[in-house]
Design a protein around this ligand. Structure first.
Ligand SMILES: C[S@@+](CC[C@H](N)C(=O)[O-])C[C@H]1O[C@@H](n2cnc3c(N)ncnc32)[C@H](O)[C@@H]1O
Length: 294
């Protein structure tokens, strides 16, 4: 079942749809059959390209275990993309119900077409999500980067991360697991190329999005969640971006026929920026494992 948010579209939502409502066919070319838009877990020396899909599914399985979501009554995925986590946690790991939240109507259509009766998708923002029953576990996988506007003053941004953690806290049962995967920014010296690339990300591809600092997240979670683990997994995301660039190069003509040269060139540029900024450690990609305090 899909619920679609009503009412006028604010600029924040418009910016997300600019990126995520490019056709599902283009995303299929870019991401391959798993339709995961985040990092994977590969063993040292494993061929990322040949084993891309295995790495993505391995990551999902690890997160499900960390959140204690196998066999759960209700699981929430905030920023659920094309529903791969929702589908896997219910079909393979026995969760009875999985609810996903996204702003993208094309993603919701894709999830609907999976035809999984244990999955529900809602087209709404994380802060508008309400549920009569509390969840046993939750995920937010490379979506938090979109949730707070860079135009806000630093104090206001920190408050917004607090609102995010309060919202997730209010939706979970005491003791429930929450696995967050998110990029964070380091305070490193900036060179001209990096500044230009960050401007492109901020102004053209992901307008207004703020990549948080770890301190903003830990301040927001304090008192609400017990932090069980924080790990930096920069290369899991960078390696995935490099594989997607290869997929896109292989089927570039098809991609251009679908969405045009400008869109394809934008994707190529932003994927390369993410890959190198993670490889060069300007950005982190933290896996944060949390337990909701009672
Ligand atoms: C990079 S994708 C990650 C998707 C998925 N978690 C994955 O790993 O494949 C980010 C997701 O966040 C969603 N998103 C962005 N802003 C949102 C908001 N305010 N509320 C809910 N979802 C949002 C997008 O629609 C998209 O599904």
């Amino acid at each position: 079942m899909t619920t679609v948010l009503a009412g006028p579209v604010n600029p924040e939502i418009g910016a997300i749809r600019h990126h995520y409502e490019v056709s599902n066919e283009l995303y299929r070319i870019l991401l391959g059959p798993t339709m995961m838009y985040s990092g994977g877990y590969w063993a040292d020396g494993e061929d990322r390209y040949a084993n891309h899909d295995e790495g993505q599914l391995r990551k999902l399985d690890a997160f499900i275990e960390l959140a204690g979501a196998a066999g759960a009554e209700r699981v929430l995925d905030i920023g659920c993309g094309w529903g791969t986590m929702l589908d896997r946690v219910t079909k393979v790991h026995g969760a009875k119900k999985a609810v996903g939240v996204t702003l993208s109507r094309t993603q919701a259509d894709y999830i609907e077409a999976l035809g999984n009766p244990a999955v529900e998708v809602r087209v709404e923002s994380w802060e508008d999500h309400r549920s009569d029953e509390k969840y046993d576990g939750a995920f937010c996988i490379n979506a938090l980067e979109h949730f707070v506007l860079s135009s806000l003053p630093p104090k206001e941004r920190t408050k917004r991360y607090g609102v995010f953690f309060e919202q997730v806290h209010s939706l979970l049962k005491p003791g429930a697991g929450f696995v967050l995967h998110t990029m964070t920014a380091e305070r490193l010296p900036l060179n001209r190329q990096l500044l230009d690339d960050l401007k492109f990300l901020q102004r053209e591809e992901f307008a207004g999005c703020h990549i948080p600092h770890l301190s903003e997240l830990t301040a927001g979670a304090e008192g609400l969640f017990e932090v069980r683990e924080i790990r930096n997994e920069q290369l899991s995301f960078a390696d995935a971006c490099r594989v997607w660039l290869r997929y896109l190069a292989e089927r570039r003509d098809e991609a251009v026929a679908l969405e045009g040269e400008d869109v394809v060139a934008r994707f190529e540029r932003y994927l390369d920026i993410f890959a190198y900024t993670l490889e060069d450690k300007y950005f982190n990609n933290f896996r944060v494992v949390l337990t909701r305090r009672g």
